[in-house]
Design a protein around this ligand. Structure first.
Ligand SMILES: [Zn+2]
Length: 82
């Protein structure tokens, strides 16, 4: 422990919905992987490293969440809960 009081580095979000530039929908990204669950989108950096924030479909007038990402996320959560 270094005496550092800022816990943001440890508390940062590692995955979530994110609207990459060029996409009209939100895709679900895992921060350690930087690839959308649907496999169609790659990020060049963790959104928080790039000064951007995770979001959801209610933000920014985006047209919704990617259906493929939603299905993959639901399947993953079903597995985690099962
Ligand atoms: Zn997607």
């Amino acid at each position: 422990m270094s005496g550092r009081t800022d816990s943001a580095a440890q508390g940062r979000v590692e995955e979530g919905w994110f609207g990459p530039g060029g996409s009209r929908k939100y895709h679900y990204f895992v921060g350690s992987d930087l690839r959308s669950l649907c496999g169609k989108w790659m990020l060049w950096a963790h959104p928080e490293d790039a000064g951007m924030e995770w979001g959801d479909a209610q933000d920014l007038g985006m047209q919704g969440d990617c259906a493929a990402c939603s299905r993959k996320l639901a399947a993953r959560e079903a597995k985690a809960n099962g």
